[in-house]
Every structure is written in C-alpha cells, then in structure tokens.
Design a protein around this ligand. Sequence first.
Ligand SMILES: Cc1cc2nc3c(=O)[nH]c(=O)nc-3n(C[C@H](O)[C@H](O)[C@H](O)COP(=O)(O)OP(=O)(O)OC[C@H]3O[C@@H](n4cnc5c(N)ncnc54)[C@H](O)[C@@H]3O)c2cc1C
Length: 199
Amino acid sequence: MTSFPQTPRTRFVRAPKRGSYDRNAAYAILDEAWVAHVGLVADGGPVVIPTSYWRVGDELLIHGASSSRLVRLLAAGAEACVTVTLLDGLVMARSAFRHSMNYRSVMVFGRARVVEAAEKEAALAAFIERVSPGRMAEVRPPSAAELRATSVLAFPLQEASVKMRSGPPTDPDDDLVFPVWAGVIPLRLRAGEPEPDER
Ligand SMILES: Cc1cc2nc3c(=O)[nH]c(=O)nc-3n(C[C@H](O)[C@H](O)[C@H](O)COP(=O)(O)OP(=O)(O)OC[C@H]3O[C@@H](n4cnc5c(N)ncnc54)[C@H](O)[C@@H]3O)c2cc1C
C-alpha cells in the first residue's frame, strides 16, 4: 500500500492542504528524524514521553528498560499516539499573526506489540546500524542479561498521517508595505565534529 488509509482520527480538519497519507513521505521523515513523542493515558491522565526510535519495514520501533512506565503501559496494550517532527525553518512574516514554522511531521496511532526474544537482538542491531552503519560489527554485542533488561516495542505503520509546511510567509498584499524583514530562517540538525571519548 503506497498510502495510509484515512480513518476518522487521521482525517485532516485543520489545513488539510498540508496533509497527506503518502507512505514514502512518512518513511522519509521517520528515517531522517531522531526523536519520537509517545502520547498515552497513564493513571487517568495524559502523558507524552520523548524517546529515540527507529523504523524497520512497516513498523516504528522503540526500546526501553523493561521496568519503565512507557514500556509497561505499552506492553499492557495501551493505545498511543506517536509523533515525529522535523523543524525546517522559522517563517518570519510582516505581521505577528502570520508567523509560522516550516516543518515535516508524522502522526501514528495504534498499539505496540512486544518484540519477542527471538527477534529482539536483530531489532536492536537495526537501531545501532541506523545510528552508524557498520557499527554493529565493531561493538560488543549485547549480553543475555542486557537483552533481558531491554524491551523493544513495535508500532504498526498502518494508521498514520503526514503534515508539512514549506515556503515563505503568507502575508496578505496589504501587509507588504510594512517595513520589516520577512522571509524564512532555515533550521537544520547537523552533526558536529566528533569528540573522541578520552578513555
Ligand atoms: C513544528 C510545528 C509547529 C506547529 N505550530 C503550530 C501552532 O503554533 N499552532 C497550531 O495550531 N498548529 C501548529 N502546528 C500544526 C499542528 O501540528 C496541528 O496540525 C494543528 O494544530 C491542527 O491540529 P488539530 O488536532 O486541530 O488538527 P486536525 O486536522 O483536527 O487533526 C486531525 C488529524 O490530522 C492529522 N494531523 C494533524 N496535525 C498533524 C501533524 N502536525 N502531523 C501529522 N498529522 C497531523 C492527525 O492524523 C490528526 O489526528 C505545528 C506543527 C509543527 C510540526
């Protein structure tokens, strides 16, 4: 399926022209970003937990200590909403009202499955390879105890949506005479110079 099916909760209400259900667009965002926010209900109230993640095929994977609240709730079948965001720029308009941000974001709804022990090592290896291709062959592999202490959860990429904004501010003609700089300040996440561990 090249598109996610629209469901009642992924139907765009606000600014639908910025939305899409394109799977490739979603995967490109998921493969570029590094942090997901997992929103769920815990003890009667909402909680949103930022976490690292990676994608394997049509699943979004997260991991954590088996005792953590996030893992515990998801493993028990909690319904979640996961968002991933890339911030591309600050949109500086001529009016305060028209300021905006350029972005690409993905929202995923669903329940995660617990990745079984037999799949866990390969799933975690895919995370290290995502961080640095080829690294898994160089580092010490996880011990049995480390694998036991780590849970991996996989969200199906089935009910999802993409939203993007790009381009300049949308000032109406009447505002163009206002004498203030307007345009886009691009923002990018870039790797810096590696800092070797002294040990
Ligand atoms: C960096 C950034 C900055 C933003 N700043 C603002 C802001 O200042 N004010 C503001 O109102 N909005 C902002 N947005 C847009 C915001 O994410 C929502 O799209 C918007 O608030 C409408 O939300 P809603 O739930 O009313 O939309 P609805 O149209 O009711 O949402 C329905 C469905 O559309 C999909 N959807 C909605 N938003 C997104 C999204 N961002 N990514 C993927 N799928 C989505 C989901 O499936 C959602 O369930 C920003 C987004 C980003 C990424």
